[in-house]
Design a protein around this ligand. Sequence first.
Ligand code: UDP
Length: 422
Amino acid sequence: MTGPVPAQSEQLSVDAYAAVAGEDVILQLRRLAEPLAGKRVVHVNSTRQGGGVAEILAKMIPLMRDLGLDARWEVITGTPDFFQCTKGFHNALQGDRVEIPDRLLAVYEDVNRQNADALRDVLKDADFVFVHDPQPAPLLHFTGTRSGKWIWRCHIDASRPQRNVWRYLRRFVSGYDASVFSLPAFTQSLPHPQYVIPPSIDPLSDKNRELEPAEVAGVFDRFGIDPDRPMILQVSRYDRFKDPIGVIQAYRMAKRYIPGLQLVLAGGGADDDPEGEAVLAEVRTAANGDPDIHILVLPPDSHMTINALQRAADIVLQKSLKEGFGLTVSEAMWKRKPVIGGNVGGIRLQVINHQTGFLVNSPEGAALRIRYLLHKRDKLEKMGERAREYVRTNFLLTRHLREYLTMMLGLMHGNAPRIELS
Ligand code: UDP
């Protein structure tokens, strides 16, 4: 039932991060990891490509391995009905009203039962199992006996979940030893410790590393974007919560004052997101053939292309209506771009209003801020510098790793009266 053998073997070294994060940060990571050497850690999610969770795991696993942990990444497989059900969970946890028929709930449980059977040997002996999001949440229930600590890692903006859906999922989540949410506002009533750990970006990945000017300029030709006119960008899966239609509306309003304005919407699918095609069709209809709106559908490994687009843009938008975190926000800020973001969820953690970008509540608000920044280039640049520094301090992978290691040590020692971390 599990996917192809995971890319366990990609070699990364935490030492490489010293240049960005500082020597002391690396030293601290190595010391924290010492008591965890050889521990078997399994991360489980539902897609190897597409979306923020896969983006993080692709780097987190090799770095944990470099720190001496025996870490691996497993991906559950499912049927179209399964992913329709879990997309319903996703939408309901983010506050939509969704009716999920019992037939789909039965599929959800059945698929998890089968995946638990296939993964039982790996899971039951693991010292730590991180289960990401609702898709594989029932694995613990169906695995039965376990020896290690199980952690449910919720990446979703669960600040106002649809109650009956959460009540159903909570039955599976309650048995975990801990859960992790990205923001305090997302935590729930649960019978175990809840950790608040925001996600992070990898500054050395193809998505975020420095690029040569020619590599950045390449995207202008490739996608027919005019380098001499301003360009705004949103990078996102085609998902209604990302509000691509609102972005088009904001672009249209701003364009009345900035006639040369161009908009790039860059997206692609995730294997576990069945709604992308429908949303893409809505976006195409809304764009109505405007030659200055570039709707890109990129293959899942387009990391350098996205990196170049983020660098080529004047401003980056993330006008989400709900957002667990929004890696795209930190990705853009790392490239010194002020972000105009929806005033929701994890975007609020990254966009400090008027400092590292602007928080907006409507397409009108976004249009106003686009105009402001394009007319005040000095402000745009200052905000971009602050944005970069804010990400360096708060949202790099090294901080994320440190918090996971600390949590694992805490869980390992349980209620011990004294825990020595070094
Ligand atoms: N992404 C990508 N290709 C796309 C759209 C998004 O590689 O076509 C990446 C994006 O750069 C980011 C991640 O996928 O690293 C999306 O994570 P985010 O937290 O922003 O949103 P999610 O998709 O998890 O809701």
